[in-house]
Write a protein that binds this ligand. Structure first.
Ligand code: TYM
Length: 332
């Protein structure tokens, strides 16, 4: 079996619809066909200022959500990044192969450091994509299911793998980004030219999976559209309507063209009601399962501990090969 790996940051109390439609649903879909490794990127979450208690809590909420969405710890390895020390260890080696300018060109770093202000932006934020490369390369992953916003980090990962292999010896697998056209970028409902993100100026355009479904339905009914009346997929001219069609298509499994045909002669109100209904149908059972998983914290923590043990078996092998190839003297 080929291997798949992906991660998600535990940076808020709920994943949002972009996380699910752009990435997490593929985590679930790929876990039988692939040897799957999925993790909660808590080390990435401390690259910006954070509250320690909240981080612990959000790590558990993230795990509960992944389980509720269908990540099955008997079919895939689910773990917390900081419980596998090899991530930080490989990251150091890769840091030493990464050019300063190369890291400085990462657009997420540029955006986030501009937001933090250069005195507050940490070195951890700068080297964030290198840690991400370590996450992926440790497991010799072939496929990495992520949203469009991670494409540049995947390119860096590929470059670093190739660089390591050519400078030392062929050791690392060069991974492919698994980015599916369509829902790889879900947009903010109030600002449909920006991606849906927890760091948006207001939460009015953000659909959180764990929000009260009534609140989410209302946000969908208030989504920004445009002034004509046609319901058709045309992201350049009609970003708001197109985003709603993408969301509806992804939630119901209906092709966009089928949806378009069904709305001939209908209005934006009809489309919004259908999106809101589909969302409520989707999140309601997920929320019930999240509650169940969170109710037994001991069991949740055990699932993650077992996952980390399995992850370390793979990670430690790659790391010792890497250490050997860069010339570190092995302990006897
Ligand atoms: P994170 O936690 O920001 O997001 C998790 C996943 O959700 C995707 N995503 C979106 N997809 C479509 N539309 C959106 N509006 C949207 N917003 C987010 C992201 O692309 C991502 O796949 N750096 C990563 C976490 C990470 C990682 C890794 C991923 C750390 N190490 C190794 C893969 C492999 C991140 O911040 O994702």
């Amino acid at each position: 079996k080929q291997r798949v790996l992906s991660g998600v940051q535990p940076t808020s109390d709920s994943f949002h619809l972009g996380n699910y439609l752009g990435a997490l649903r593929y985590w679930v879909a790929l876990q039988d066909e692939y040897d799957a490794f999925y993790f909660i990127a808590d080390m990435h979450a401390i690259t910006v200022a954070h509250d320690p208690k909240l981080l612990t809590q959000r790590t558990r909420i993230s795990a509960a959500q992944l389980l509720a969405l269908g990540v099955d710890p008997t079919r895939s390895t689910l773990f917390v990044q900081s419980q596998v020390p090899e991530h930080a260890q490989l990251a150091w080696v890769l840091n030493c192969l990464t050019g300063f300018g190369e890291a400085a060109r990462m657009t997420q770093f540029k955006d986030k450091s501009a937001r933090e202000g250069s005195d507050h932006a940490s070195v951890g934020l700068f080297t964030y994509p290198v840690l991400q490369a370590a996450d992926i390369l440790l497991y010799r992953a072939h496929q990495v299911p992520v949203g469009e916003d991670q494409r540049q980090h995947l390119e860096l990962t590929r470059d670093l793998a190739q660089r390591f292999n050519s400078r030392f010896k062929k050791t690392l697998v060069v991974p492919d980004a698994y980015i599916i056209k369509g829902a790889a970028k879900i947009f903010d409902l109030q600002d449909p030219t920006s991606k849906m993100s927890k760091s948006a100026a207001t939460a009015a355009g953000l659909i959180s999976l764990l929000d009260d479904p009534k609140v989410s339905a209302k946000k969908i009914r208030s989504a920004v559209t445009d002034t004509d009346r046609d319901i058709r997929f045309d992201p350049a001219a009609k970003p708001g309507v197109s985003n709603l069609l993408v969301i509806l298509g992804a939630l119901t499994g209906e092709p966009i063209t089928t949806l378009e045909n069904g709305y001939v002669g209908k209005g934006y109100g009809d489309l919004k009601v259908d999106v809101a209904d589909a969302l409520v149908d989707f999140v309601t059972p997920v929320q019930a399962k999240v509650k169940e998983f969170l109710a037994d914290q001991g069991e949740l923590d055990r699932i993650l501990t077992t996952g980390a043990e399995r992850a370390r078996e793979v990670a430690s092998q790659t790391l010792s090969q890497v250490y050997d190839r860069v010339g570190f003297l092995a302990p006897k």
